[in-house]
Design a protein around this ligand. Structure first.
Ligand code: MLT
Ligand code: ZN
Length: 460
């Protein structure tokens, strides 16, 4: 099929206005959030229903043209932008959000519904969504399933996969699979939500998601606590995990990142004397639980010799102020340039050693590089962000990922593989694993239509 005939078929399927071919209208879909990954799309196509998405995939399959599924385009590993000549299938018009009959503890969200819209709807029903991310205004539910998104509350509720009751998705040939609304118990063979979780758009395009909500915890308490190093932060985090039953998040930042955030957002120094590392702790509870949460936090923080300084807030503005020292890291770093973003997990007993070692090794090979580390202390997940080396220079990436793997860690805690880490996949997965994953890919997408080049290195 010629390109013109493909575009005609796409226009017939989704309407003329939803096939974007003009370079200016395509442009925002062709570069990722970091600015590090970009490419040119043949067109951006915006279906508004599962049936329209199926039409798009059928047409692309018939033409043998690859498809890059894209939600809010918040991938940090180049997984959602074209690499050259693909159709970008934007899910943003799959934007319906609906209740589930007989319960208000669940929602059915189109793939293009943003996380913030789910939060708002859930909260209006007296419930909440178990996942939260700084990119909540843009990140979409379909993309979050496809990448098994994490965020700050994984400690309490697990990643995106744990919030999903069922999915509906379109395979590369346009066939629709899955079931929405789903049943809570349905052990009838393979589970599409599990298969597609972390598939990064390589196996199917998620179009609708049946989500489980969590009870609302309207009262929040946030603490910022300064310590001497990551070892100390982890010991305090361990005590908090043991003794505070309302924990939602246990995040860590370091003084250099905190200073960057302060300069970026004009925030005050949190304590009279700076500390080397800081824990940002969030607790959540039902109405009337604030005092108990404050007391529980104060009891642990007051008893730990590692704590050099601490501040606790229980009003919304105060909580937001303390959270900002952590949450603004991504934005503050991006404002300085295009970062190399390495998102790793380590066994807890090697985290502090990794942090020391990674900084030293980066400084040794790239003395002018600026390294910022922050992350989810409760999950053993550090985000190593390096500014300085050119965007296309992957030597720092190789160094950081190689070190994490050599210490028993994973090269991706929550951001996925995308194109950024595909050459390092063998560091975290065995050859047998990768071949089995390739077999799944071949079975569901034998012609390699969906998101080629993502997760797996291109075939030699
Ligand atoms: C975060 O934890 O803030 C996100 O994973 C984003 C990032 O790593 O920059
Ligand atoms: Zn993160």
């Amino acid at each position: 099929m010629s390109v013109d005939r493909l575009l005609d078929a796409l226009r017939a399927g989704v309407g003329h206005a939803n096939v974007l071919v003009d370079p200016d209208t395509r442009a925002p879909y062709e570069v990722d959030w970091t600015g590090r990954y970009r490419g040119t799309a043949l067109a951006v196509v915006r279906p508004a229903s599962t049936a329209e998405a199926a039409t798009v995939l059928r047409a692309c399959a018939a033409a043998g043209v690859a498809v890059v599924p894209q939600g809010g385009n918040t991938s940090l590993v180049g997984g959602s932008v074209p690499r050259g000549g693909e159709i970008v299938l934007s899910t943003r018009r799959l934007a319906t959000i609906a209740p589930v009959e007989h319960t208000d503890a669940e929602l059915i969200a189109g793939a293009g519904v943003t996380l913030e819209q789910v939060h708002d709807r859930a909260r209006s029903l007296g419930w909440d969504m178990g996942v939260d991310l700084a990119s909540r205004q843009s990140a979409t539910i379909g993309g979050m399933v496809a990448t098994n998104a994490g965020g700050q509350h994984v400690l309490r509720y697990g990643p995106m996969q744990h919030q999903v009751i069922g999915v509906e998705a379109v395979l590369a040939d346009g066939a629709v699979v899955g079931r929405v609304p789903a049943l809570h118990k349905d052990n009838t063979g393979y589970h599409w939500d599990a298969i597609l979780s972390g598939s990064e758009g390589t196996l199917a395009v998620v179009t609708r998601v049946h989500l489980a909500l969590v009870p609302a915890l309207p009262e929040r308490v946030v603490a910022l606590c300064g310590v001497d190093d990551l070892d100390a932060a982890l010991r305090v985090a361990g005590a908090l995990r043991r003794d505070v039953d309302t924990l939602l998040a246990l995040e860590v930042v370091f003084v250099d990142g905190l200073e960057l955030v302060r300069a970026y957002a004009e925030l005050p120094e949190p304590f009279p004397t700076p500390c080397t590392a800081y824990l940002v702790v969030e607790c959540g509870g039902r109405i009337g639980s604030t005092e108990r949460m404050v007391d529980a936090l104060a009891a642990v923080l007051g008893a730990r010799p590692e704590v050099r300084a601490s501040a606790v807030a229980s009003d919304a503005a105060g909580c937001a102020r303390l959270r900002a020292y952590r949450e603004l890291h991504t934005e503050a770093i991006a404002a300085e340039g295009i970062p190399h973003k390495l998102d790793v997990t380590l066994p807890f007993d090697r985290l502090a050693e990794f942090d020391r070692e990674v900084r030293a090794r980066i400084a040794a090979v790239s003395p002018t590089a600026r390294t910022f580390v922050f992350g989810h202390a409760g999950d053993g997940n550090l985000h190593v962000n390096v500014l300085g080396p050119a965007a296309d220079d992957s030597s720092i990436d190789d160094l950081v990922l190689g070190l994490a793997a050599s210490m028993g860690g994973s090269i991706s805690a929550e951001h996925g593989i995308g194109v950024a880490k595909r050459d390092a996949l063998t560091l975290s997965r065995t050859a047998t694993d990768i071949e089995a994953m390739r077999a799944v890919k071949r079975a569901l997408d034998p012609r390699g239509i969906l998101n080629p080049g993502v997760i797996f290195p291109p075939a030699p």
